[in-house]
Design a protein around this ligand. Sequence first.
Ligand code: KG4
Ligand code: ZN
Length: 368
Amino acid sequence: MKILAIETSCDDTAVAILEEKKGKFKMLSNVVSSQTIHQNYGGVFPMMAKREHQANLVPVLMRALKQAELEKSKSKTLNPKQIQNLKKILEKESELYEKLLKFLQMHEKPKVDAIAVTHGPGLEPCLWVGVNLARALSYIWNIPLIPVNHIEAHILVNFLENPKIKFPALCLVVSGGHTQLILMKKIGSYKIIGETRDDAAGECFDKCAKILGLGYPGGPIIFKIASKIKESNIKLPRPMINSKDYDFSFSGLKTAVLYKVRDAKVDEKFVGEMSIEIQQAIIDVLLKKTLQAAKDFKAKTIILGGGVSANQKLRKQFTKKSDIQVIFPDPKFSTDNALMIAIVAYFNRTRKKRWQSVKANANLRVGS
Ligand code: KG4
Ligand code: ZN
C-alpha cells in the first residue's frame, strides 16, 4: 500500500510518500521545507506560519510526488461543481486554493491508497492548512483520509528502523511544543504519565538561545556551541528534578538564564559556558524523570522522539545511563517530517475517514 502524508502542525511544511509491502516500509519520498522567516523573531507566529504553509505546500507536494515517481502531468478539466466545492473547502486558504487548482488541472491522480494528515496537536491555523489540503485532495481524487496524531507520529517513527520493540515502553516526546512521558503498552495504547507544566524542553532551548542572541531554532545552535566547550563555571537550576511525580517545568530555567545574562559580561566564553550548562540542565531533568518512570512502570524499552531527541549529547547520556534498551530515530526523523505521519497512518489503515469528517484539533492528546 502507498500512503501520501501531509504535516503542517508548526513551522515545517512536509509531504512524504511511504510504501509498505508485506509489513516492510520503503520511503519513496520525504520532503521537508523548514520556514526560515521565524529566524528573525526567535519563535513561531502562527499566522505567519500559516501563510508560509499556503505558499509552500503545492511545491512541496509536487517535489514529493516527483521523487516518488508518482507525478503524471496531464491536462485535466475539473467540472464547475468540483471547482465550487474546492473553493469552499479552501475558503480560508485562498492562496493555497489558487495554487492547488492549477496543480490539479495539470496532474493526474497519483496511485496512492490513502492520504494521511496531522490533525493535532499543533498551532490551529497551521493544522487547518494541512487538513484542508488533505480534504481537497481526498475530495477531488476520491482517496480516503487517515487523520494522525503528531505525538504518536514522533513515537511510531521509531518503527522504521526497529520493527520489534519490546513492550511496555516508556516514551519521552520532547519537542518545541511538547514534553511528555507516555507509557505505551502496544501500538495504539498510550497513557500520559507526566508532562511539562509550562514550557516544553525545545521551547526552553529556543527561549534561552533568544536571550543569548543566538537565533532560532535554539536547540541545534546551543548544541553546536556546547560541543566546543569542556566545562562550565556557571550553575543553573534543574527545576522539579526531585519532585515525586513525572512532571516537568522549564520556565524557571529560562528565568535563571535571563538573570545570569542581566548580571554578566556577555562574551564568547560566557555564551559557551551558558550553552553547555543549559543543555546539561535540560538533559539532567529529562534523564532522571524518564529513568525513574521506566523503573516504576517496569518498561522494557525507552523510546525517544521529537526535535530535542536529535540532540547527540542527550542520546549518548540516555544510552549510557539506562539499563534497558534506548531507541531513537535518525535525526532527520526526530524533527518534524511527514514520513512519521505516514507510518502512523499505516498502523491505523483500517480507520479511513471521509474527508468531510476530518477536522483540526490543536489540543489533541494521545491516549484519549
Ligand atoms: O519536533 P519538532 O521538530 O517540532 C515540534 O513538534 O515542536 O521540534 C522542534 C524543537 C525546537 O524547539 C528545536 O530547538 C529543538 O526541537 N531541537 C533541538 C535539536 N534539534 C531541534 N534541541 C536540542 N538539540 C538539538 N539538536
Ligand atoms: Zn513535532
